[in-house]
Design a protein around this ligand. Structure first.
Ligand SMILES: [Zn+2]
Ligand SMILES: [Zn+2]
Ligand SMILES: [Zn+2]
Length: 141
């Protein structure tokens, strides 16, 4: 992927504002950048170790929490009890296959009318989540 520099820059800006730049944070952000959507801690840890061999699982977990608090990373809960993480790069949704477990990004969002309705009732929206569950083309029939 060619866009890793934009993320390095973005995290550097966040670092100057709130936290120190650490090799751990860089390794985790780079792992997320390369892995793409919805990765579990094991996968992120494995990839981060290719940049920073001595990084531990607990450090990866803690770093993900910090990045999440800064709004750079989002946590996803897909109903199987495992928390997955991805970069909060652009707003999108997912479709998840219940048989083979593949997860695909859906770049469209159709929630605006619902948000407008909620706002019209005085509700202040901070986030929304929509994931579609079902069977991918290869898993039907
Ligand atoms: Zn995603
Ligand atoms: Zn499938
Ligand atoms: Zn949306």
């Amino acid at each position: 992927m060619k866009s890793s520099f934009s993320f390095a820059d973005r995290s550097a800006v966040a670092d100057r504002r709130t936290l120190r730049v650490t090799p751990q944070r860089r390794a985790v952000l780079r792992a997320l950048e390369e892995l793409g959507c919805a990765q579990d801690v094991e996968a992120i840890h494995a990839r981060a170790r290719s940049f920073l061999p001595r990084i531990g699982r607990v450090t990866v977990y803690r770093t993900l929490g910090l990045l999440q608090a800064q709004g750079l990373v989002e946590a996803l809960h897909l109903g199987d009890g495992r928390t997955r993480y991805e970069l909060a790069r652009h707003h999108h949704h997912h479709m998840v296959c219940l048989r083979c477990g593949t997860l695909e990004a859906l770049e469209a969002c159709a929630i605006e009318p619902l948000e407008a309705l909620a706002r019209s009732r005085g509700f202040r929206i901070t986030a929304h989540r929509v994931e579609l569950f079902g069977y991918c083309a290869g898993c039907q029939g």
